[in-house]
Design a binder for this molecule. Structure first.
Ligand code: N01
Length: 542
């Protein structure tokens, strides 16, 4: 029965709930916690059979986070961050999933999460200023606010390979890995793709498989992760002033503790520059290497110096020169997400691993026994597709989202996403997107970015309730200006110089638009400014 909400967020609402949250990953769960603490009624719909989002689905062998554990964690509860003990410097997928489940129990979140329930449509009801949401299990619920916590890398990219249905073996996608242990022992295995997921999985699968064929279309840059146990002294130091640690991280360009050098690469003598790269390489991790100099993704010469260093490393690590040449990427360093690995390049020295170059000849077809490329057949028992995601917009556009006047989000975004600050979309009142396109999201440590968005949205909802306002949406002009800003900043970098999922160019037919905003601290300032100026750029009404 629809109830008249009596909570702050639902003044005068005929909606059943104050808010619906789509997705129970890190973003959705914290959103639930925040809104519920404000006394609002909230329901979370989650397509998976468990919570955790990315870390629920991506259970492939070797899956691990490339941001340090002490930072890739919630900061909203001092008790939580003091209590939790991370065993490793960089957490493995099972450990992160254990953590997020602990958080759900500790804050009693599960009772408002409906698992195994996919939202199929969300329509804005202009007359009542609320959202009507339908799910694949037949729920039909209305709420004042619809908050999309659908994730940036959650809609899998499964290319339409001809003949896949004929394949006689088993096949997997890294982003939808089975929950039971998959044992490749004694099998001939194909891995398609050489992005971050593949680069983590390949060394593990190679140790089990009778033979592993890696189908590489574009070589990727990877630096060693150098995972290890978390140093108790580091943990103690951070925990002694966790708030201070978080505060200083938020001032860094990626919102992570890595300090980005303010020196320019070409200001150093070649030997000195090399020593710096070597130090960061030895330290391990993607951000430390990217932060070797201030201008690696800004200046061509600096970029070329990083390329030269990594190429040399690949040639030192890989015995066969032809294989090393193929593994050495040709594109701009850092314009695709830098990968982090544990023994990736060395894996190609194993007798049971073959690199198959498909840069000039795509996979032609899949048949009962395996794959064919360049006229050659590769017989395999299993195929692992590590082919990535329809990033940042894919999950949202899978839902039939219709705003004011029935406008479809898919139509509004036909030429690429348009959103104000990655938080809201004009024409889609009372809808918020957590780490949506136009926000720094994927170019930062996701956890603080998620918390910053959730806090902003919660405070906004509180403000609307306090002021008896029932409707908020970005102004078209503000949204347009923000899009210009996002593009201007990106065009000053080398990010746009190669095809990447940041640009949507990994998905056939997707408009080529640089989606994230580069620069965490200025972005956070901008969000604060918008609030200080009475939600500047948004239209608010009762
Ligand atoms: O996906 P990707 P991912 N035929 O898009 C290839 C995060 N992440 O899942 O480059 C043949 O990077 C494609 O080739 P090409 C991280 O942000 C983080 O690996 O398009 N090949 C590419 O090699 C990361 O960036 C962590 O030419 C095809 C690969 O598949 C993001 O998730 C770990 C093909 C896809 O690589 C996505 O990573 C894992 C086709 N038809 C992921 N289609 C950590 O924190 C695609 N490919 C460490």
């Amino acid at each position: 029965m629809p109830q008249k909400s009596n909570s702050d967020g639902g003044v005068g609402s005929t909606a059943e709930l104050d808010a619906i949250v789509v997705g129970a990953g890190f973003a959705g769960l914290y959103m639930l916690h925040r809104l519920r603490s404000m006394g609002l009624t909230v329901r979370v719909f989650e397509a998976g059979s468990g919570i955790g989002g990315t870390w629920y689905w991506n259970r492939y062998p070797g899956a691990r986070c490339d941001v340090e554990s002490l930072e890739y964690s919630y900061q909203f509860s001092e008790e939580l961050q003091q209590e939790w003990q991370w065993p490793e410097q960089y957490s493995s997928q099972p450990e992160i999933l254990r953590y997020v489940n602990h958080v759900a129990d500790r804050f009693d979140l599960r009772k408002d999460v409906e698992l195994d329930t996919r939202v199929i449509s969300a329509f804005f009801d202009d007359a009542n200023n609320c959202w009507k949401v339908r799910t694949d299990r037949g729920d039909s619920v209305s709420a004042r606010y619809c908050i999309m916590a659908t994730g940036c890398l959650s809609s899998r990219n499964m290319p339409d390979f001809e003949g896949l249905e004929e394949f006689g073996g088993s096949w997997y996608h890294t982003g939808n890995w089975p929950h039971e242990e998959i044992d490749f022992t004694g099998l001939r295995v194909a891995v398609v793709g050489t992005g971050s997921s593949a680069i983590q999985a390949i060394p593990v699968i190679a140790k089990q498989a009778a033979h592993l064929f890696v189908f590489q279309r574009t070589a990727n840059y990877s630096v060693p992760g150098r995972d290890g146990p978390l140093d108790p002294a580091v943990e103690q130091r951070v925990k002694a002033d966790y708030a201070g640690f978080r505060q200083s991280n938020s001032a860094q360009p990626f919102g992570a503790s890595t300090v980005i050098s303010d020196e320019l690469a070409m200001d150093l003598e070649p030997e000195e520059r090399r020593r710096r790269f070597q130090t960061q390489w030895d330290k391990g991790g993607g951000l430390p290497f990217l932060g070797s100099f201030a201008d690696l993704i800004l200046d061509r010469e600096a970029n070329a110096a990083a390329i030269e260093f990594i190429h040399e490393k690949i040639h030192n690590l890989v015995d066969d020169k032809t294989v090393a040449d193929l593994l050495a990427p040709k594109n701009t360093f850092g314009c695709k997400r830098l990968c982090v690995d544990t023994g990736y390049y060395q894996t190609y020295n194993r007798g049971n691993v073959t690199l198959v170059d498909i840069s000039g000849a795509p996979i032609e077809r899949i048949n009962r026994d395996g794959l064919t490329t360049n006229g050659q057949d590769y017989q395999v028992d299993a195929i692992v597709f590590a082919t990535g995601f329809d990033a940042m917009t894919g999950a949202l556009l899978k839902i039939d989202v219709r705003g004011s006047g029935g406008v479809k989000l898919g139509e509004k975004w036909a030429d690429g996403p348009r959103a104000y600050l990655g938080l809201g979309v004009s024409g889609f009142p009372n809808m918020f997107t957590i780490t949506g396109p136009g926000s720094p999201s994927v170019l930062t440590n996701m956890l603080p970015s998620i918390e910053q968005h959730v806090n902003w949205i919660a405070e906004c909802v509180d403000y609307l309730g306090e002021n008896e306002l029932t409707r908020i949406e970005p102004l078209v002009e503000a949204e347009d200006e923000w899009l210009v800003t996002v593009n201007e900043v990106a065009s000053q970098t080398l990010f746009t110089s190669c095809n990447s999922w940041y640009l949507g160019s990994n998905i056939p037919g997707k408009p080529r638009v640089f989606m994230p905003y580069i620069g965490y601290p200025p972005y956070v300032e901008k969000c604060k400014e918008v609030v200080a100026n009475g939600y500047e750029g948004f239209a608010l009404s009762a």
